[in-house]
Design a protein around this ligand. Sequence first.
Ligand code: NAD
Ligand code: ZN
Length: 341
Amino acid sequence: MKAVRFFGHKDVRVVDDVEKPEPKGDEVLLKIGGAGVCHSDLHVIDEGIMPITGFTLGHENAGWIEALGPDIKGYKKGDAVLVYGPWGCGHCKPCQHSKENYCDHQSEMPFGGGLGLNGGMADYMLVPSSRLLVPIHDLDPVIAAPLTDAALTPYSAIKRSLHKLMPDEYVVVIGVGGLGHVAIQILKAMSSSTIIACDITSEKLAFAKELGATHTVNSTDKDAAEQIQKITGIKKAKVVLDFVGAKPTITLGTQVVSLDGDLTLVGLGGGVYEYTMMGLPFGVSMINPYWGSRTELIEVVGLARQKKIHIEVERYHLDQANEVYDRLRQGKIKGRAVLIP
Ligand code: NAD
Ligand code: ZN
């Protein structure tokens, strides 16, 4: 079968001699419908944030069950499912609470399929346990695949700040890409706070308005922080969600976040922040959330089935993986690119 494999620094190749796996025990073989292309892959491919090579990329996966290990009950061939991405040990307390993204054993294991272990940019994918599947019922796997990260990660980040997202408050979304474009929709669905979106091109800012942002600001403008403060007034933004995480965006976040606010750094852009006592308003929580829990993914599917959120998808064939990564490097993808076998 065909697979998109990572062989080392900037070396991604489509190979077609990978053996189709056979599920044993509680394993599941999935026929891939779609695999989302996340910016985290570029941190792996270009910046080497992970020491492992030789695995199949793709950590946002959906498809149909092709074959089931003999121990599995409750699923049948042809069922449409998502694959929950951060694979934990399955036994520790966070995993028992479905928070495998914060598994006690994370430091000892690869992150999951597509991030150290074989992922879903392939004809088929072996999922190590049926507990990692989430049924999608009537949703199309191609469109649903990015729910597993591009939607789950902002959903989990927003949920932890939901008590601060009151109707009189402001929330700033920095980066209207794969994650950010879903974040705006989740905020619309779950809170009544005024949404201010930031990106670096007029196309992305217009897209943010279409999705429900009330205000947009180009974060490369020298006076971006002043523009945001003009909107919020003296109270500033109660929550800032940074989906870039580069030095300029972190700085912008610290300038616009309010007293007792949340500055949530989701992006892995390598930005450095030098803390000083008076550099941040008092009471601010700086959070670096990672992905979301299994049960939160079930909730995200609920939002999608109710049509409260949708993924803007650019469709490509597996063979176009390198072309798609280039478009992503250049910031040219609108919403999320999905590779289809
Ligand atoms: P993306 O490439 O689809 O989107 C990034 C967006 O940010 C683009 O629209 C781009 O134009 C915009 N941008 C770039 N520089 C900017 C700046 N200075 N100011 C404002 N906007 C700017 O990326 P994505 O797939 O949405 O991922 C976003 C980040 O989140 C990546 O760093 C990724 O690795 C990270 N991520 C983190 C988690 C987690 O669990 N913490 C999960 C998934 C992705
Ligand atoms: Zn665990």
